[in-house]
Design a binder for this molecule. Structure first.
Ligand SMILES: Cc1cc2nc3c(=O)[nH]c(=O)nc-3n(C[C@H](O)[C@H](O)[C@H](O)COP(=O)(O)OP(=O)(O)OC[C@H]3O[C@@H](n4cnc5c(N)ncnc54)[C@H](O)[C@@H]3O)c2cc1C
Length: 260
């Protein structure tokens, strides 16, 4: 049904997606608090219908709105970019995040400065981008990237409840390295107070996915120019022990065998 090249790219994409740490690590743990949405039993709609603001316009066939796809992208990424405006000046700040049920939790040191006097939240745009490959077309114009990205809009609220804050911090840690939370010292009261966490409900969200070979103009396929995809992936190196780390402490398996 598909040309062989397309099947290969589909395989590459599906393998990549399947290998990704796309499960929500929070679901493996007992919740320490009673904050809403920390249980995976909470209602998560199968799809979020696009709004006027989240409908992908250009290459609209690449727009995806089902929660499973959106969640997989969010769970594979670990850095998001948070966009917000202060006095008409847009800021886009990179930071860690974790999806927990139907919300994104993110470190809010920048945005929280504005939130002190805004109890009903701050309008944000959060993006997460996974880069899967350079797409080399025959023409410069048609060069592209294979990617999976998510854009989430809405009002982020400062998380006050210490239990919910703690759960969010655990989600950040466990998302990066499952098992680390229990090994490391837990945050104390002072550290918790010093940490700003914001919660954005996933109510207005879109994903966009580009995969597959270059798409050249019909007349360009005859050109003697190499074309194809250079796959990209994030490859962890071997763990480097801190000089101050007691050499008798073994490297934990989640660090020694970390894979993405
Ligand atoms: C790594 C990477 C490289 C890219 N390079 C280019 C490039 O060089 N040139 C180019 O034109 N485009 C590029 N894009 C696509 C780009 O992100 C936009 O999708 C594109 O500019 C067109 O947006 P639009 O006009 O459809 O939507 P806009 O009017 O800009 O946005 C409308 C709504 O569509 C949704 N949306 C738009 N883009 C995305 C997205 N990427 N992911 C999830 N939701 C989205 C959002 O909800 C947004 O509010 C790239 C994307 C990625 C991830």
């Amino acid at each position: 049904m598909f040309p062989q090249g397309v099947v290969a790219y589909l395989k590459l994409f599906l393998t990549h997606a399947a290998l990704a740490p796309a499960k929500n690590q929070m679901s493996d743990h007992q919740s320490v608090g009673s904050a809403p949405c920390f249980s995976m039993r909470c209602f998560v709609p199968e799809a979020i219908p696009p709004t006027e603001r989240t409908r992908v316009v250009r290459e609209s066939h690449r727009g995806v709105y089902d929660r499973e796809t959106i969640d997989k992208i969010l769970d594979e990424g670990f850095v998001c970019h948070v966009g917000f405006a202060v006095d008409g000046q847009p800021y886009v700040i990179p930071t860690l995040y974790a999806r927990v049920g139907d919300a994104i939790y993110f470190h809010g040191s920048a945005a929280s400065r504005m939130l002190r006097n805004v109890s009903d939240g701050i309008s944000v745009c959060i993006t997460v981008t996974l880069t899967d490959g350079f797409v080399l077309a025959r023409s410069v114009f048609n060069h592209s990237m294979n990617y999976r990205s998510v854009v989430a809009l809405g009002k982020a609220i400062l998380v006050d409840a210490p239990k919910e804050k703690l759960e969010a911090l655990r989600a950040f840690t466990e998302k990066l390295l499952s098992g680390r939370w229990n090994d490391a010292r837990q945050p104390n009261e002072k550290e918790l107070k010093a940490t700003s966490i914001l919660r954005l409900p996933l109510t207005e969200v879109s994903a966009k996915i580009r995969l597959g070979p270059p798409e050249d103009d019909a007349t360009d396929y005859a050109l003697p120019v190499w074309a194809g995809v250079i796959p990209l992936s994030l490859t962890p190196g071997a763990p480097i022990r801190d000089e101050k780390c007691d050499p008798s402490i073994p490297t934990p398996g989640y660090a020694a065998r970390y894979k993405r």
